[in-house]
Design a protein around this ligand. Structure first.
Ligand code: MOS
Length: 771
């Protein structure tokens, strides 16, 4: 069953659009059902066994002790499962999968933590006990962990993917040589894992030939279609249910191999099977943010104007998969510059395949560029805000396309004012408070505005209640809230009359909750369906000879406050009466929306669960991005180098804001994540074994309240009628983009030390002599 979220669940009555999170009450009262919460009858439990080595093969499996254990039902290994599940294509290769590495397919091991066995038992405890009793012998080969390891293979982005481009224009090498002011530096970002609070879980149940899957997913149609391929069955016979998601950030956007394994296990046992993987297993059975390296060269005139920009990037991936994020698409277009060179390469190592993690391309690539821009401001002896101003542009450099709208400098000015930037003494170490060195820094955030085809069904009953159904995803982004607000606004009913159903592949399809497209894609199609309903009501009203609207122009009639009204409001009629004239019962509308620039078969692709996001720098006729400016204050202890972040201010312009409260929450969360990336987060790797070793939330550092004191979000109004009808840009992945470079800027300002590799931890500041 889809979980309908309704009126009574909203914590506040409708007050304009600035309402509380629509699903807030059901979440905080424990009513929301997540991936591991389905009430299936008498499930068997699965426990995974994962590989102890990163590269090599299994030489022997001894499952006698496991099978002898009371309650153990079966032990799935490659010996009895190989060939039962079909391999799928990678998501970025127009498939559905997070990885093409298919576990239990052979004795071969491709990365540490690869699934090597699934223990099935009557209880979770028996399955876990059985897993610990399984004996697997391996023949180990020396693995390559990543950058700097022997045996890796570096491949040019262009060779890895026919769709990859290395944006370039002019002659960057010559312009760099002749530039009066230059920066030439290397930057790096570490491996990071999403660590959503909700663990990676899957529950599968068969009913004859029909499969139901409960799993938190950012793409229920993608999962359904991908599973159909892997299990060699019709997608019509699969239903994926995911009404609530306990954190995703990209980790649930593509199908991981565990889902088909659990579906197959349930068929084998003829009984529902439930898997809850451990936190540690989550590091290797799902995806993560790849480690990156960057070489940036900036050349500028003494006036600060860029004359040359070169951005080379390297990204770690698995042996078989060409996963790459290639954020040069954005970094080469952020500022005006006549000469640009870029190049992206991927480095194959013995690792699990990386994947999407909140603003996958922009987070590492814009961090590198923005840290370099801050270095350039220092070299020029110029205010970093002014450096952004002289290089601001409405036209991107590579193809000369216009931005649909761009409010970057408005963001800088608003945030600088709120922050008190004019009081900054630019000299590093100059703003000292006792033993604490104060650092103020800033940087740009940018994120592509993307929208995808979407569908929805809306029904309006004569009592004025509304049901909105679409297979969009609530990943904490506020999807329930923005859908409800849009329907309430367009149908002129109060929010407490609205029920929203999301996250179920039996609903009309909506796109993957990725690329921050959900609000734009879904609100635009909801508005379209509501308009169909309004038009039918209006047409019936003007056709009725005895009614108040006889002969009026139906286009001018509006639904507002539970009434049908003419434009002046002098003629009104209760909605219930107007609906009865238009229909016998409920009025129902199904709508499809194909955004500007989408492929003509966009709706078919949507039904097949294939993403078709359009926007950013990928359009033929224009370029569309959202922007922000972030200002950070740090206090760094002069002797211990302890780093505190008492204050962060961000100003953002992202088109129309449908729900100010959930938008603010997204932006705030993004900046907190940015502080996390800048100061805390890294997955540590044992380079000899190619294994992660801080695989829990005790050792994988994320910020707590004490690490983030005062977070101020400013949302600037921005009108953009080109991006889509409602003018929505999307902002879920905007705010975390600028923070790491702003922190690096503040570290330099406090200490005179330039840190180029994230995270910036106190030991890095102890290694270098400060001012
Ligand atoms: Mo997001 S990383 O685009 O799911």
């Amino acid at each position: 069953m889809a979980q309908p979220i309704s009126t009574a669940d909203a914590t506040r009555p409708a007050v304009a659009a600035n309402v509380a999170r629509f699903d807030g009450r059901i979440k905080v009262t424990g009513g929301a059902r997540y991936g591991s919460d389905p009430s299936v009858v008498n499930p068997a439990y699965a426990y995974l066994v994962t590989s102890a080595i990163a590269r090599g093969y299994i030489t022997h499996i001894d499952d006698d002790a496991t099978r002898a254990l009371k309650g153990v039902l079966d032990v799935m290994t490659y010996e009895n499962t190989a060939g039962r599940i079909k391999p799928g294509k990678l998501f970025s290769d127009h498939g559905y999968m997070a990885t093409t590495i298919q576990p239990l397919a052979s004795e071969r091991i491709e990365h540490a933590g690869e699934i090597v066995a699934v223990i099935l038992a009557d209880t979770y405890e028996a399955a876990r006990d059985g897993a610990h009793r399984l004996k697997i012998a391996y023949a180990e080969e020396t693995p390559s962990a990543g950058f700097g390891s022997a045996g890796t293979e570096t491949v040019a982005g262009k060779a890895a993917s026919s769709e990859h481009e290395d944006p370039a224009v002019g002659d960057a090498a010559k312009a760099f040589q002749e530039a009066p002011v230059k920066i030439d530096a290397a930057y790096g970002t570490p491996t990071q894992h999403h660590n959503p609070i909700e663990l990676f879980t899957t529950t599968c149940a068969w009913d004859g030939g029909r499969l139901t899957v409960w799993e938190s997913s950012q793409n229920v149609y993608g999962f359904k279609n991908g599973l159909a391929q892997q299990l060699d069955m019709s997608a019509e016979d699969i239903r994926v249910i995911s009404p609530f998601i306990g954190g995703a950030f990209g980790s649930r956007g593509s199908l991981t191999p565990r889902t088909a394994l659990i579906a197959y296990a349930a068929r084998r046992l003829n009984r529902p099977v439930k898997l809850v993987a451990t936190r540690e297993q989550g590091f290797t059975i799902a995806t993560y943010r790849a480690e990156t390296r960057h070489h940036i060269k900036l050349g500028a005139g003494r006036d600060g104007k860029l004359v040359s920009l070169s951005h080379e990037g390297w990204e770690v991936t698995s042996r078989p998969d060409n996963y790459m994020v290639a954020g040069t698409d954005a970094s080469t277009r952020l500022y005006a510059c006549p000469n640009v060179y870029s190049n992206v390469s991927i480095v194959h190592a013995d690792r699990n395949t990386p994947g999407f993690m909140r603003s996958p391309p922009e987070t590492p690539y814009i961090y590198a560029l923005e840290n370099a821009m801050d270095e350039l401001a220092v070299a020029l002896d110029m205010d970093p805000v002014e450096l952004r101003r002289v290089n601001d542009t409405m036209v991107e450099s590579i193809r000369g396309l216009r931005y649909t709208s761009r409010s970057l400098m408005e963001c800088f000015d608003a945030a600088a004012k709120a922050f008190g930037w004019s009081r900054r003494n630019p000299k590093p170490g100059s703003m000292r408070d006792g033993d604490w060195l104060i650092g103020w820094g800033c940087a740009t955030a940018m994120y592509p505005t993307q929208i995808a085809p979407a569908t929805v069904r809306v029904s309006l009953t004569p009592r004025g209640t509304v049901k909105v159904q679409t297979a969009a995803h609530e990943i904490g982004n506020g999807a329930y809230t923005v859908v409800a607000i849009t329907a309430a606004d367009k149908l002129g009913v109060a929010l407490d009359k609205i029920t929203v159903e999301l996250g179920d592949s039996d609903l009309p399809p909506a796109p993957v909750a990725g690329g921050s497209n959900t609000t734009a894609s879904v609100c635009n199609v909801v508005a379209k369906a509501c308009e169909q309903i309004r038009a039918r009501i209006a047409e019936a009203a003007v056709a009725a000879q005895d009614g108040p609207f006889a002969g009026a122009d139906p286009k001018t009639l509006v639904l507002k406050d539970g009434m049908l009204r003419d434009p002046t409001g002098s003629k009104t009629e209760p909605l219930s009466a107007a609906i009865r004239r238009a229909a016998n019962g409920a009025l129902e509308a199904y709508a499809e929306n194909i955004p500007h620039g989408a492929k003509p078969d966009g709706i078919d692709m949507l039904y097949r669960g294939q993403p078709n996001l359009v926007g950013g720098a990928k359009m033929k006729d224009r370029i569309q991005f959202a922007f922000g400016a972030e200002f950070v204050e740090l206090r760094i202890h002069a002797r211990t180098r302890e780093i505190r972040c008492p204050r962060i201010v961000g100003a953002f312009a992202a088109g129309k804001i449908v729900s100010p409260r959930t938008a603010e929450s997204q932006l705030m969360g993004g900046m907190i994540w940015g502080i996390s990336a800048a100061l805390h987060e890294a997955t540590e790797i044992d380079a000899r074994a190619a294994r992660y070793y801080n695989t829990d939330l005790a050792e994988y550092l994320v910020p707590v309240n004490a690490d983030v004191a005062d977070v101020q979000v400013i949302m600037l109004p921005e009108e953009d009628h080109l991006v889509n009808e409602l003018g929505i840009k999307g902002l879920g992945e905007l705010a975390n983009v600028g923070t790491p470079a702003a922190v690096a800027s503040a570290v330099w300002h406090a200490t005179g030390i330039r840190i180029r590799e994230l995270p910036i931890r106190l030991e890095k500041l102890l290694e270098t002599k400060a001012i």
